[in-house]
Ligand binder design. Structure first.
Ligand code: SF4
Length: 257
């Protein structure tokens, strides 16, 4: 296992012999939910047009991440914060109710990778704080309804981010924790880490990476059974001939050239 600092592009080709296949928490979560969706999104690279409201929310969220990065770099963010109502509210909320942060060196937008051939596990931390005896990962969230702590604990973002930090640093698992801070509420959820959780993630990763390797070699990515919950809100429902929640079939989606 080797720590590397690489600029990882989205996977464009399946070549398990010459290159490492970048695997982020998003890919892992998709793989776990539906193998066919994994193929469509990350191997065939089909991108569907997004709902304009969702697109706007995503762009606003990216702006907030940029703002927080610039704040960590000591740059003047007043103009950027004041440029948009939500950004300003979130920034004011951060100033009045920031998450509890440990003392230590702060690194914004920190990329960390771990080679587990033929894969390259990767994570980008919104903010990583490296203290004397402990480290903290902070993630900014800008969506309206925060999930539960249990949901976050089980999500691949939490699992992979903490796993990678434990594997690529000298901190023991119990010295790590991850904090999600919700800009819409000014609240935080802190998730501790333990040696037991680390071992569980290691075992789950081994299982998934093994299955993924086999599936890639076989090049067969099955759809979920008809009636599966994830299909109800999947943008590929029409391709898989699955009904949408309204009972209607979505119009054909544009594909990437
Ligand atoms: S519609 Fe269902 S089976 Fe098809 S890609 Fe989406 S989740 Fe998978």
């Amino acid at each position: 296992m080797v720590l590397q600092e690489l600029d990882i592009a989205a996977p464009t080709d399946l070549n398990l012999h010459d290159t490492l296949f970048p695997l982020s928490q998003g890919l892992l979560a998709t793989w776990q939910t539906c193998r066919h969706r994994f193929q469509l999104l990350y191997l065939d690279q089909l991108a569907l047009s997004r709902d304009p409201d969702l697109q706007e929310r995503l762009e606003r969220g990216q702006q907030f991440h940029l703002l927080m990065q610039q704040e960590q770099l000591g740059l003047n963010i007043a103009d950027l914060a004041a440029s948009e109502q939500h950004l300003d509210q979130w920034w004011q909320r951060f100033r009045s109710s920031p998450p509890t942060m440990i003392a230590g060196d702060r690194i914004a937008e920190h990329r960390r990778t771990l080679a587990q051939p033929p894969f390259l596990l990767s994570a980008i931390y919104d903010l990583l704080i490296l203290g004397d005896r402990q480290a903290q990962i902070i993630d900014w969230k800008t969506y309206d309804r925060p999930p539960t702590a249990q949901h976050l604990q089980e999500h691949w973002q939490t699992r992979l981010y903490l796993y990678l930090l434990a594997e690529t640093s000298t901190y023991p698992p119990h010295a790590l924790h991850m904090t999600y801070w919700f800009a819409s509420l000014g609240t935080a959820i802190n998730l501790p880490y333990t040696a037991t959780l680390h071992r569980r993630t290691q075992e789950a990763l081994a299982e998934h990476l093994n299955a993924l390797t086999q599936t890639m070699h076989q090049n067969f990515y099955p759809q979920l059974p008809v009636g599966s919950k994830p299909c109800r809100h999947c943008e590929f429902a029409h391709r898989c001939d699955r009904p949408t929640p309204s009972g209607e079939t979505l119009p054909p989606a544009p594909e990437n050239p």
